[in-house]
Write a protein that binds this ligand. Structure first.
Ligand SMILES: [Zn+2]
Ligand SMILES: [Zn+2]
Length: 111
């Protein structure tokens, strides 16, 4: 079937791109910073979200080894308490302020 260009297609794509752009603007400006820090997520994880399929998955916190259970296959690296205490993104494990670190944890724990 030959592709027929319609006004509908153009406008649908325009709307899609526009909302994508708004999404990037939000990300760059970190418009929901308070809520993001509250949830211990870095800008990428917070605004892009984590994609995973719905299957109960468990993993342990990389710091306190507490077992965490997730309703999707996208698991976190740290529990919320450890992520908060150490300033990590709980999902991907990066520094929440995207700063390079000299040591893993704030308090050195002989690891
Ligand atoms: Zn933990
Ligand atoms: Zn992250």
């Amino acid at each position: 079937m030959p592709f027929k260009l319609t006004l509908y297609d153009i406008n649908t794509q325009t709307t899609r791109r526009k909302s994508q752009l708004n999404h990037y603007v939000k990300l760059v400006n970190d418009t929901e910073k308070v809520k993001r820090i509250e949830e211990s997520l870095c800008v990428i994880c917070y605004y892009n979200g984590s994609v995973g399929c719905t299957v109960i998955t468990s993993s342990e916190c990389q710091k306190c080894k507490k077992l965490m259970v997730f309703p999707t296959s996208a698991t976190d690296r740290f529990c919320l308490e450890c992520a908060k205490a150490e300033g990590f993104c709980r999902n991907c494990g990066c520094d929440i302020n995207l700063k390079q670190r000299k040591k893993i944890f704030k308090e050195d724990q002989c690891q």
